[in-house]
Structure formats: structure tokens, C-alpha cells
Write a protein that binds this ligand. Structure first.
Ligand SMILES: [Zn+2]
Length: 609
């Protein structure tokens, strides 16, 4: 053979280099400086791709991805910087932001760093020059307000009521601006602000109500994630030590690791977000306790906290398991899932678990939350109003949070740009297809670019085609996630010919062969309808699912004949916007995916008959 296939070792080499590389994202000429690559963590089975290596090419995810990008490009920079400039006694033109954001408001300047973070990731993803320029102006504008002692809060109120929360969000903005936004100076600002904030922090991570001297809503238990991130980029041991100092091990991660469900009653989003701190600790320190903690947390979420959408935490609080509280919340609450924040934290946790274990169930969870929560978020309204709660109350409508610039305005762009890094993963011996999305991924195969192009209209259709563009034939494995919700066998073909490989639900099917240019893989994951009860004490209160998608009824107060559902008597009425009709004894009922609902009145949980 005059064109020998590269060995799997070669795939491994490329994968590991990409997994651990710290790079300066210099878009100008794409002169990616080969920074000394930190070795990939030995704890990772799978590695994440970079934003720029994945492209969305169509479908509802891309539509939202583009709309959100555009919305955040229009943020007024003077307004965003105003609180910081006022505090630094600099000229501060522009209107006040209003809502949560102003100097004496609920959370002064809280989301600034998250907007910078989201835009930085969007720059890495798109290479859009206007995005880079905006990130640079925001970081430089902010840096000009930081005191010589590193004080970088928006106001005295910010540093005394939310010292940890504000530092956490400022840090992610500055570190992402350095890592993804092509703003080298952001790293210096990040280090100054981190050091300048330490005197405001409690000596260790505190629970929300643990110390009366601490303001009740601060979240010092989420700090280690970004302290580890600062350590990764600077190699400064002080940040590594600080990260370990703020791990809430004794009261949170250790009991979770022992399988003790200590979630009930806790603030939901921030305690899922805190799982990323344990995950980052496992990546760097390797204590199996932290891996056990995050695995068990995921399991507890799935078994005791999640609605059919994958969302959790009615009224932003974890429920006591086994008491039927999710079911009760359907009628008593309209705040069922804090959507952009919760999805952002859920994706991060799911990706860490995928990376550490390679277990497909975490891909299932990412898929469920993506299609049924944040993809259904209303677009930013343009004047500071944002979608916040998914509401599963009967006969309801999607709406906006009553206050301008809430926390979810900060996590929305982060969660949506992160769609890119949820889709594909790589390992020592191949490429993992985790989500079925019209998209492309590019990687390095023996020094030449290789590409996988995915064509699909999933989740409106139940099939997808993967096409490989390779510089030369190569031996590796294409891993395809076989979802846990499947009720009929998955069908896999290569170049149109059915293949027989194990393809059990909850696993990745491994298609190992010598791949050639233009080889294709056809994936069919037959969709069926099924119902899922809200909890074990309310078996009659169900949501209707089709494959990964949660459908909601556009006709209120219906009884759902579950036998008809099981017999597949729902009829597809429209392909353009998927819509299904069911003839019930009383009425014809129309169901649509939650993510397609705009201003219609909808009902998520219906009574099965
Ligand atoms: Zn939020």
C-alpha cells in the first residue's frame, strides 16, 4: 500500500495535544503560538474540541446561536462600564443600566464578566472582527477602572454583598477574553483583580446561610472552578492553593461522594454550578472523591429532581426526594427551572462527566436539557429584559423576568455558544458524535485537516448522515451516541450498507474501520411517543415526549389517552414547525415541541387517562 493508514497512536497524539494545549488565540493570521502544551489530564478519557473547530451549519440551534450573538453585539459599552467608571471617579457617560446592575441595585455590575466571556467564546467560534473589537474595548475600559490595589468591584455594595459571586463572574470574563477573545492584557487584569478581591472573601467556602456576617446570597462555593482556570493560564501556584482552599468538601462534596443526598433545600443553580469546581479539582488533583461527588449529583438530579425537560429546581430550590414535590409544584409555582443559568451549569457538568467517564448517559442529559429548556428561551428583548424561568404551570405563556439584566442575561450567551463544544468529543482512538446537529468539526490528522460533516434535520427527523473528509485513509473509530430513550433499535449504515455493531441505548456505538475520504455513516434513531410522569407520587401527571423532545399541549385542560399515545395515534400535521394532533374523546389536541413555542398558551403536564 502506497498510502499507509496512520496508526491509532497518531490519532491519540493529536487528540492529547489538543486537549491540554494552552494557546494564544491570535486570529490575526491565525498564528496560533505553540504554547508549551500542558499534558492532558490523565483523568480524561475524552477531550473537548475548541469553539473554532466546530461550526453549526443550520437548524434551530444555529438560528438561536446567531440571534444571541447579534443581541450581545448590540450591548451598549458605556452603559455596561458606567458603574465601574463611577466608582473609579472617571467620566461615566451613558444611561444607567437599571434592573439588577446599577451601583446600589441588587447585584451591581454582576453580569459584566459573563457578557465578556460569552462574546470572547463567540469570537473564537466565528472569528468575527467586530466581536473581538468589542471584547477588547470592554476589557480595556474595565481595566482602566481597576484600582492600583486590584479593587475591581462595581461598587462598595458589590464587594460587601456579593464579593465571591462578583469575583467569579469578573474572572471568567477576563480569563475568557485572554483565552478566546485575543486580548492578551486581560490575563494581567484578571490576576490583579483576583488578588485585590481576596480581602473581601470569607476564609473558606460558606453555605448561603452558614455565617450571618456573610450576605445571604453570595456563592463562595463556586470560586474554585475559575481559580483553577486562573492557575491553568498562569501556572501561579497561589491560584491552585486558593482553588483548593475554597472547595466545599466537608459539608457538600464528601457527603455527595458517599451517596448522601444533601441537595434538598439548597439553591439549585449555584449548587449545580459548584459541581464544576469539584470537576476542575478532579482534573487537577485527581481525588476520586470529587469524581464520585459529581457522578452521584448527576444521578440524584436524574432520579429525584428533574422534570421531563431535564430542568430542575422549582422556585430555584432542590426538592426533598420522594414527597411528590415536583408534581405539587406544577400548580403552585411558575418558576420551574432557572433556564439559561441552569442549562449552562448542566452542560458544564455533563461535559466534565463525559470527559472523565466516556459514558453516553451524560450526553443524553445534555441533549434533553438543550432541546427542552434553553433552546426554548425567548430571545433577549433588547431593552434589558430576558427569559428566566421555564414555566410548567397549566395554561401558561413564556415571558420575561420582571427585573432588567438578571443573572440569566449573563449565562444565556455562555450556554448558547457552548452548544458547539457539546456536539463532538475526541479520544485516543476516535471521534465521538454526541449530538445530532447540522454541523462540521475539523481536526488534525497527521498534520492535515480532517473534517466530519453532519447533515440532519434532527430533532424534527430521527436520522442523520455523517460524512468524512480525510486527507488520506485512516484507521480510527467513529463513536455514535445511542440515546437511552430509544424504544426501537438504532440503525447504523456505512456508505449505505447496514452494519452490525453493538448499539445499545445509553452507549456509544463504536464503528471502527479504515476510513476513506467521502465515507458516510447513516444513523437512524427511531422516534416514538412516550409519556413521563412528573414524579412517583403523581403517576397520572405526565409530559409527552417524542425521542429527545418534550411536547407541550396547545389545548388546555385535556385528558391524554395514554393508550393512544403508546399506539402511536398522534398524527404529524406539519413538517415545517413540527406539530402533532391527537383525537381525544373530548377534543383534537395539538402538541408542539416546547422549543418552538413563542406566545401561545401551552400546558406541559397533562393528566393521563
Ligand atoms: Zn439565572
Amino acid at each position: 500500500m502506497n498510502n499507509p493508514a496512520p496508526s491509532r497512536r497518531k490519532f491519540l497524539k493529536g487528540a492529547l495535544a489538543a486537549a491540554g494545549v494552552t494557546y494564544i488565540s491570535s486570529r490575526t493570521g491565525f498564528a496560533r503560538q505553540a504554547q508549551p502544551a500542558s499534558p492532558a489530564s490523565p483523568h480524561e478519557k475524552l477531550a473537548q474540541f475548541r469553539y473554532r473547530e466546530v461550526k453549526l451549519t443550520g437548524g434551530p440551534l444555529k438560528d438561536q446561536f446567531d440571534r444571541v450573538h447579534k443581541a450581545y453585539l448590540t450591548l451598549n459599552e458605556d452603559q455596561l462600564l458606567k458603574v465601574f467608571r463611577q466608582r473609579a471617579h472617571l467620566p461615566a457617560p451613558g444611561e444607567d443600566m437599571g434592573g439588577w446592575y446599577d451601583a446600589e441595585a441588587f447585584a451591581p455590575g454582576h453580569s459584566f464578566g459573563q457578557y465578556v466571556s460569552g462574546l470572547s467564546r463567540y469570537y473564537d467560534a466565528t472569528g468575527d472582527e467586530a466581536t473581538r473589537a468589542k471584547v477588547k474595548r470592554l476589557v480595556e475600559g474595565y481595566t482602566a477602572t481597576v484600582d492600583t490595589d486590584g479593587y475591581g468591584y462595581a461598587s462598595l455594595k458589590a464587594s460587601t454583598t456579593f464579593p465571591a459571586y462578583m469575583l467569579d463572574k469578573n474572572l471568567i470574563g477576563l480569563l475568557d477574553a485572554y483565552q478566546f477573545g485575543d486580548v492578551p492584557s486581560a490575563l494581567d487584569t484578571a490576576q490583579r483583580v483576583l488578588r485585590g478581591s481576596l480581602r473581601y472573601l470569607p476564609p473558606r467556602a460558606l453555605e448561603r446561610d452558614e455565617d450571618p456576617r456573610q450576605m445571604p446570597y453570595d456563592e463562595s462555593y463556586t470560586l474554585p472552578e475559575n481559580f483553577f482556570y486562573a492557575y491553568e493560564l498562569t501556572k501561579d501556584r497561589q491560584f491552585f492553593d486558593l482553588a483548593n482552599q475554597y472547595l466545599m468538601d466537608r459539608t457538600f462534596f464528601e457527603p455527595l461522594a458517599r451517596g448522601q443526598n444533601v441537595l434538598a433545600g439548597l439553591h439549585a443553580y449555584s449548587h449545580v454550578n459548584a459541581q464544576s469546581s469539584a470537576a476542575r479539582a478532579y482534573l487537577h488533583v485527581g481525588n476520586p472523591m470529587h469524581l464520585d461527588a459529581i457522578r452521584n449529583t448527576w444521578e440524584m438530579l436524574e432520579k429525584t429532581q428533574e422534570f421531563a425537560s431535564g430542568g430542575w429546581g422549582p422556585n430555584e430550590t432542590f426538592v426533598v426526594p420522594g414527597k411528590g414535590l415536583l408534581g405539587e409544584s406544577i400548580d403552585t409555582s411558575r418558576a420551574h427551572f432557572e433556564t439559561p443559568c441552569g442549562a449552562y451549569a448542566h452542560f458544564k457538568l455533563g461535559r466534565y462527566l463525559l470527559r472523565f467517564t466516556g459514558d453516553a448517559r451524560y450526553g443524553d442529559g445534555i441533549e434533553r436539557v438543550l432541546y427542552n429548556t434553553v433552546l426554548g428561551a425567548k430571545d433577549p428583548k433588547g431593552d434589558g429584559y430576558f427569559f428566566y424561568y421555564s414555566d410548567y404551570h397549566p395554561s401558561t405563556q413564556k415571558g420575561y423576568h420582571p427585573d432588567k439584566w438578571p443573572c440569566c442575561s449573563g449565562t444565556l450567551p455562555q450556554a448558547v455558544v457552548d452548544y458547539l463544544i457539546n456536539i463532538y468529543f475526541r479520544s485516543s482512538d476516535g471521534l465521538y458524535v454526541n449530538l445530532f446537529v447540522p454541523s462540521e468539526v475539523t481536526w488534525d490528522l497527521q498534520g492535515a485537516p480532517a473534517k466530519l460533516i453532519q447533515t440532519t434535520s434532527y430533532p424534527e427527523s430521527d436520522s442523520s448522515e455523517l460524512k468524512l473528509e480525510l486527507p488520506s485513509p485512516a484507521d480510527f473509530t467513529v463513536f455514535v451516541r445511542i440515546p437511552g430513550w430509544l424504544q426501537a433499535p438504532a440503525q447504523l449504515s456505512v456508505n449505505g450498507k447496514p452494519i452490525s455493531v453493538p448499539a445499545e441505548p445509553h452507549t456509544f456505538a463504536a464503528i471502527r474501520r479504515q476510513w476513506r475520504n467521502n465515507d458516510t455513516v447513516q444513523v437512524k434513531l427511531p422516534f416514538t411517543f412516550r409519556t413521563e410522569p412528573v414524579d412517583e407520587l403523581h403517576p397520572q401527571l405526565v409530559a409527552l415526549m417524542r425521542g429527545p423532545v418534550m411536547l407541550v399541549a396547545l389545548t388546555p385542560e385535556i385528558k391524554l389517552p395514554t393508550r393512544a399515545v403508546a399506539q402511536g395515534e398522534l398524527k404529524l400535521t406539519s413538517h415545517a414547525t413540527p406539530s402533532f394532533e391527537l383525537q381525544t374523546p373530548q377534543d383534537r389536541v395539538r402538541f408542539v415541541p416546547f422549543y418552538t413555542v413563542k406566545d401561545e398558551i401551552y400546558t406541559t403536564y397533562v393528566v393521563s387517562a
